[in-house]
Design a protein around this ligand. Structure first.
Ligand code: PLP
Length: 376
């Protein structure tokens, strides 16, 4: 049996190698490495896919978040509400800009920000809410957007893990992750659902003026070369990466279907095991399964991880230490016990291998090993 991996980028590349190599060769032939035509082509294609007017590519998903906050004139001391169960990047850019990260507990089933707790976090200093569409399904955007509207707050959707996920509003209207708030951000890190072969990211918005401002922020604060209106950053998507993404975007729906097939297999095979809880699908969002994340009861998570490791099965913990307990983010009054649910998730969650090239032989083996562990 081949080695089991969390994400099989090698096999995925082999299937599209001819197209990708040709696209890269074209860039090499023209040497338009920065802002070549492929960058705007990709932005247009992604805008069409996401049904959003403006897509501004940038260097990575962390930059995208930072640029979003800069473009919205977030100033030192402003408070930004975000889920405490997320990747560090979300909190990092907030802190870097001198803003205050206001951590909020998540929903035990969906792992996304608990919208019911948002209003109690709002103060006169609150500037924005940053929902993170974690593991591949959308946070509950309809009530979240209503709260933002009521309190006049911006919404920045961190869509790094959920590009392509579809949220359905009560009136039946459907929108893609990242296109519902003021700005959406995403990442093309190689292992994300739409990954390039290096770093990449993008921002989405429906507001023309804001799109202009985002573009300016990502380009040294200039609209006209060598005329700097505001302090910006240098954050670009390389032409080579855009060329690769142009090829891969065509396969995104197929990739999503492949991930959902893997998830459905796990769901079926693992549902009956006492001691684990398979992912709960939220009512109003599709799931693009960036991660397939189980909850393991009874303090057995780490033992399960070790057991699977011994059987040649890799797993990952997203995330082992909650943000409010990370050394860099400790704040007065936010010690152990401040976010009990997130703290218990950090001891319970485990993500299984899931990717576009998964074969049934591997899945059957993974499932049988998990079953063996719980029968012990
Ligand atoms: C990956 C990720 C990011 C950061 O993306 P990079 O491209 O690695 O900078 C931000 N937020 C979340 C939730 C992520 O998973």
């Amino acid at each position: 049996m081949d080695k089991i991996v969390m994400v099989d980028l090698q096999k995925q590349y082999q299937k599209i190698k001819v197209e990708v190599d040709a696209a890269m060769q074209e860039v090499l032939n023209t040497t338009a490495f920065i802002q070549g035509p492929q960058v705007q082509q990709f932005a247009d294609a992604l805008g069409k896919y996401n049904d959003v007017e403006f897509v501004i590519p940038c260097a990575n998903g962390t930059d995208a978040l930072q640029i979003a906050m800069m473009a919205l004139d977030c100033k030192p001391g402003d408070e930004i509400i975000l889920p405490v169960h997320t990747y560090v990047a979300t909190a990092e850019v907030i802190a870097l800009l001198g803003l205050i990260p206001v951590f909020t507990e998540v929903n035990a089933d969906t792992f996304n920000i608990d919208v019911k707790q948002i209003e109690s976090k709002i103060t006169s200093k609150t500037k924005a809410i940053v929902p993170v569409h974690l593991y591949g399904q959308c946070a509950d955007m309809e009530p979240l957007l209503a709260i933002a509207d009521k309190h006049n707050l911006y919404v920045i959707e961190d869509t790094a893990q959920a590009l392509g996920a579809v949220y359905t509003f009560n009136n039946g209207k459907k929108m893609r992750a990242g296109t519902m708030g003021t700005i959406g951000t995403t990442s093309f890190f190689p292992s994300k659902n739409l990954g390039c072969y290096g770093d990449g990211g993008a921002l989405f918005t429906r507001d023309k003026d804001l799109a202009e401002k985002i573009k300016m922020m990502a380009n040294h604060g200039q609209r006209i070369k060598y005329h700097h209106d505001v302090i910006g950053v240098n954050s670009r998507l390389d032409t080579l990466q855009a060329a690769i993404l142009n090829v891969k975007l065509k396969y995104l729906d197929q990739y999503e279907a492949a991930r959902n097939k893997v998830a459905a297999y796990y769901d079926n095979a693992l549902a009956s095991i006492n001691g684990i809880i398979t992912p709960v699908r939220s009512n109003n969002s599709s799931h693009v399964f960036h991660q397939y994340t189980l909850k393991v009861r009874g303090n057995k998570r780490d033992a399960l991880k070790r057991y699977l490791e011994d059987k040649g099965i890799p797993t990952m913990i997203y995330y082992p230490v909650p943000l409010h307990l990370q050394k860099a983010y400790v704040r007065e009054g936010f010690g152990e016990g401040s976010f009990p649910l997130t703290e218990s998730l950090s001891r319970e969650v485990i993500s299984l291998p899931i990717h576009t090239e998964m074969i049934e032989e591997h899945q059957a083996y993974i499932v049988s090993c998990i079953k063996d562990f719980f029968n012990n």
